[in-house]
Design a protein. Structure first.
Length: 153
Protein backbone atom coordinates (compact mmCIF):
# COMPACT_ATOMS: atom_id res chain seq x y z
CA UNK A 1 0.00 0.00 0.00
CA UNK A 2 1.15 3.49 -0.82
CA UNK A 3 1.38 6.05 1.96
CA UNK A 4 -0.77 9.17 1.78
CA UNK A 5 0.81 11.97 -0.23
CA UNK A 6 1.74 15.09 1.74
CA UNK A 7 1.03 18.63 0.58
CA UNK A 8 4.72 19.23 -0.06
CA UNK A 9 5.02 16.09 -2.22
CA UNK A 10 1.89 17.07 -4.13
CA UNK A 11 3.22 20.60 -4.74
CA UNK A 12 6.51 19.15 -6.00
CA UNK A 13 4.59 16.85 -8.34
CA UNK A 14 2.48 19.75 -9.66
CA UNK A 15 5.61 21.85 -10.19
CA UNK A 16 7.26 18.99 -12.10
CA UNK A 17 4.37 18.35 -14.49
CA UNK A 18 3.25 21.96 -15.06
CA UNK A 19 4.52 23.26 -18.40
CA UNK A 20 6.91 26.19 -18.22
CA UNK A 21 5.97 29.25 -20.26
CA UNK A 22 8.12 32.10 -21.44
CA UNK A 23 5.85 35.14 -21.24
CA UNK A 24 8.12 37.38 -23.32
CA UNK A 25 8.40 34.78 -26.10
CA UNK A 26 4.63 34.22 -26.06
CA UNK A 27 4.02 37.98 -26.36
CA UNK A 28 6.44 38.24 -29.30
CA UNK A 29 4.77 35.28 -31.04
CA UNK A 30 1.30 36.77 -30.48
CA UNK A 31 2.49 40.13 -31.80
CA UNK A 32 4.00 38.54 -34.90
CA UNK A 33 1.01 36.33 -35.75
CA UNK A 34 -1.53 39.07 -35.04
CA UNK A 35 0.56 41.52 -37.04
CA UNK A 36 0.79 39.15 -39.99
CA UNK A 37 -2.99 38.61 -39.96
CA UNK A 38 -3.61 42.37 -39.85
CA UNK A 39 -1.00 43.00 -42.55
CA UNK A 40 -2.64 40.35 -44.73
CA UNK A 41 -5.99 42.06 -44.22
CA UNK A 42 -4.54 45.45 -45.15
CA UNK A 43 -2.84 43.92 -48.19
CA UNK A 44 -6.13 42.40 -49.39
CA UNK A 45 -7.93 45.70 -48.83
CA UNK A 46 -5.28 47.68 -50.74
CA UNK A 47 -5.32 45.22 -53.65
CA UNK A 48 -9.11 45.45 -53.89
CA UNK A 49 -9.17 49.25 -53.75
CA UNK A 50 -6.19 49.91 -56.03
CA UNK A 51 -6.40 47.11 -58.61
CA UNK A 52 -10.14 46.38 -58.76
CA UNK A 53 -11.56 49.88 -58.11
CA UNK A 54 -13.58 48.72 -55.08
CA UNK A 55 -14.80 51.33 -52.58
CA UNK A 56 -13.27 51.38 -49.09
CA UNK A 57 -16.48 50.06 -47.49
CA UNK A 58 -16.81 47.20 -49.99
CA UNK A 59 -13.10 46.40 -49.70
CA UNK A 60 -13.48 46.17 -45.92
CA UNK A 61 -16.39 43.75 -46.28
CA UNK A 62 -14.56 41.62 -48.83
CA UNK A 63 -11.44 41.61 -46.67
CA UNK A 64 -13.43 40.29 -43.72
CA UNK A 65 -15.03 37.61 -45.89
CA UNK A 66 -11.68 36.52 -47.31
CA UNK A 67 -10.02 36.41 -43.88
CA UNK A 68 -12.88 34.31 -42.51
CA UNK A 69 -12.68 31.99 -45.53
CA UNK A 70 -8.92 31.63 -45.08
CA UNK A 71 -9.40 30.84 -41.39
CA UNK A 72 -12.05 28.21 -42.10
CA UNK A 73 -9.85 26.58 -44.74
CA UNK A 74 -6.87 26.52 -42.37
CA UNK A 75 -9.15 25.00 -39.72
CA UNK A 76 -10.41 22.37 -42.16
CA UNK A 77 -6.84 21.35 -43.01
CA UNK A 78 -5.95 21.29 -39.28
CA UNK A 79 -3.42 24.12 -39.67
CA UNK A 80 -5.13 26.83 -37.62
CA UNK A 81 -4.63 24.83 -34.41
CA UNK A 82 -0.87 24.91 -35.00
CA UNK A 83 -1.00 28.63 -35.77
CA UNK A 84 -2.98 29.30 -32.58
CA UNK A 85 -0.60 27.18 -30.51
CA UNK A 86 2.33 29.22 -31.79
CA UNK A 87 0.68 32.65 -31.87
CA UNK A 88 -1.70 32.42 -28.92
CA UNK A 89 -3.91 35.48 -28.65
CA UNK A 90 -2.39 36.86 -31.85
CA UNK A 91 -4.24 34.14 -33.75
CA UNK A 92 -7.33 33.90 -31.56
CA UNK A 93 -8.35 37.55 -31.09
CA UNK A 94 -8.80 38.74 -34.72
CA UNK A 95 -11.82 37.79 -36.83
CA UNK A 96 -9.89 34.73 -38.00
CA UNK A 97 -9.94 33.33 -34.47
CA UNK A 98 -13.69 33.79 -34.27
CA UNK A 99 -14.16 31.98 -37.58
CA UNK A 100 -11.96 29.18 -36.29
CA UNK A 101 -14.04 28.90 -33.11
CA UNK A 102 -17.17 28.37 -35.23
CA UNK A 103 -15.62 26.04 -37.81
CA UNK A 104 -13.63 23.76 -35.48
CA UNK A 105 -16.61 22.23 -33.59
CA UNK A 106 -18.51 21.91 -36.86
CA UNK A 107 -15.71 19.84 -38.36
CA UNK A 108 -15.15 17.86 -35.17
CA UNK A 109 -18.81 16.85 -34.72
CA UNK A 110 -19.80 16.25 -38.35
CA UNK A 111 -19.96 12.49 -37.68
CA UNK A 112 -22.88 13.12 -35.30
CA UNK A 113 -25.03 14.34 -38.18
CA UNK A 114 -26.34 17.62 -39.51
CA UNK A 115 -28.67 18.54 -36.65
CA UNK A 116 -27.24 16.91 -33.51
CA UNK A 117 -23.64 17.24 -34.64
CA UNK A 118 -22.97 20.34 -36.67
CA UNK A 119 -26.13 22.21 -35.77
CA UNK A 120 -25.82 21.76 -32.01
CA UNK A 121 -22.04 22.11 -31.65
CA UNK A 122 -21.37 24.96 -34.09
CA UNK A 123 -21.66 27.65 -31.42
CA UNK A 124 -20.13 25.70 -28.53
CA UNK A 125 -17.16 28.04 -28.22
CA UNK A 126 -18.36 31.15 -30.03
CA UNK A 127 -21.86 31.16 -28.52
CA UNK A 128 -20.83 32.88 -25.29
CA UNK A 129 -18.83 35.42 -27.30
CA UNK A 130 -21.88 36.24 -29.41
CA UNK A 131 -24.20 36.32 -26.39
CA UNK A 132 -22.06 38.57 -24.23
CA UNK A 133 -21.07 40.74 -27.19
CA UNK A 134 -24.71 41.44 -27.99
CA UNK A 135 -25.56 41.91 -24.31
CA UNK A 136 -22.67 44.33 -23.78
CA UNK A 137 -23.62 46.25 -26.94
CA UNK A 138 -27.22 46.50 -25.76
CA UNK A 139 -26.25 47.72 -22.28
CA UNK A 140 -23.77 50.23 -23.71
CA UNK A 141 -26.38 51.50 -26.16
CA UNK A 142 -28.95 51.78 -23.37
CA UNK A 143 -26.53 53.79 -21.21
CA UNK A 144 -25.72 56.04 -24.18
CA UNK A 145 -29.43 56.54 -24.89
CA UNK A 146 -30.15 57.42 -21.23
CA UNK A 147 -27.25 59.88 -21.16
CA UNK A 148 -28.46 61.45 -24.42
CA UNK A 149 -32.10 61.73 -23.31
CA UNK A 150 -31.11 63.27 -19.96
CA UNK A 151 -28.89 65.82 -21.70
CA UNK A 152 -25.64 64.65 -20.12
CA UNK A 153 -24.18 63.87 -23.54
Amino acid sequence: MKAKQTNQEYNQYVEAVTPKHNCFKNCINAFLVGGIICTLGQFISNILMNNFDVSREDASAWTSVLLVLTSVLLTAFNLYKKLAKFGGAGALVPITGFANSVAAPTIEYQKEGEVFGKGVKIFTISGPVILFGILTGFITGLIYWILTVTGIM
